[in-house]
Design a protein around this ligand. Structure first.
Ligand code: NAP
Length: 260
């Protein structure tokens, strides 16, 4: 993961742990509980978890987004055993191997290029005959000697023996299927926001992300949304961290104006 201040890069887990330790040093507390529902219009706002209920005048939603999956049989069981959703996180495990990447957007194109520097062979499987990814990626992908693109194609089955051993790819125009031996499959077909808690209470955009103003304030006063769950042109750790700083600043200001 690229992050300012870490010239060698840093993995997401380590970074999150360090951020949490820093927040705890300043008095933050962490509760590990599944949130079942929130009532954002209540006064005070209510958070119901599997264990407790919490009440607050201000609330910051930082529920993130999850990768979209293909929904194939066995996919969930093979996560970490050949199936991955983040090439930047797990790509290094595929040195010298054959890897399939699914998708045609910027993530898939970036993942395929990143993996082409590590893996022996990368096969990009895209359901249409043109990439959605920005032009910048097209030539780089076509020029990479170890990247093969299968157009108008879809991965229709996974093969495994403890770990992934291959995939079936279907040509969507001819209907022909082929089995491809591979050790890795990266599903890079976009993300889904974890916004179900806010559904029916906050305004969501067409893709389900929570809309906010530039201060991260949502349509409900005292409710803020930060990071990947909010409508934003860039979803990186630095933008999420910046959102957090904005939300805390504006939540403090909200609390000082509503202090009784
Ligand atoms: P995306 O732009 O929504 O692209 C998703 C790709 O996956 C599309 O090519 C889509 O096919 C395909 N797809 C969707 N559902 C599928 C399914 N069920 N089976 C097979 N293929 C499926 O998502 P993204 O690439 O993750 O990018 C998300 C956002 O982040 C974009 O705004 C992107 O520009 C941005 N981003 C930017 C960069 C960068 O600038 N370097 C890097 C990464 C992401 P179709 O094309 O047929 O719809």
């Amino acid at each position: 993961m690229t992050m300012p201040g870490f010239p060698e890069g840093v993995d997401g887990f380590t970074l999150a742990q360090q951020m949490q330790a820093q927040a705890h040093r300043f008095g933050a507390e962490t509760k590990y509980q599944q949130v079942l529902s929130v009532d954002l219009n209540a006064k005070p706002k209510k958070v119901k978890t599997a264990k407790d209920e919490y009440f607050a005048k201000a609330l910051i939603l930082a529920t993130g987004a999850k990768p979209r999956s293909l929904g194939l049989p066995g996919e969930a069981d093979l996560v970490g055993k050949g199936v991955g959703y983040c090439a930047a996180c797990d790509g290094m495990f595929y040195r010298g191997k054959t890897v399939v990447v699914v998708g045609g957007g910027n993530t898939a194109a970036g993942d395929a290029l990143l993996l082409s520097r590590v893996a022996e062979k990368v096969i990009l499987v895209h359901r249409r005959d043109t990439l959605r990814a920005t032009k910048l990626y097209h030539k780089a992908l076509l020029d990479a000697p170890n990247v093969q693109i299968l157009w108008n194609s879809a991965v229709t089955a996974l093969h495994a023996d403890q770990r992934l051993t291959g995939v079936t790819v279907k040509d969507l125009q001819t209907g022909q299927q082929q089995d491809i031996d591979c050790q890795g499959l990266f599903v890079s077909i976009g993300r889904l926001p974890n916004s179900s808690l806010a559904q029916g209470q906050l305004e969501l955009d067409a893709d389900g992300y929570i809309t906010t103003d530039s201060t991260t304030q949502t349509a409900i006063e005292g409710v803020f949304a930060v990071g990947d769950v909010r409508t934003t042109p860039l979803r990186q750790v630095v933008t999420a961290v910046a959102d957090g700083a904005l939300a805390v600043h504006h939540a403090e200001s909200f609390l000082s104006q509503h202090n009784n």
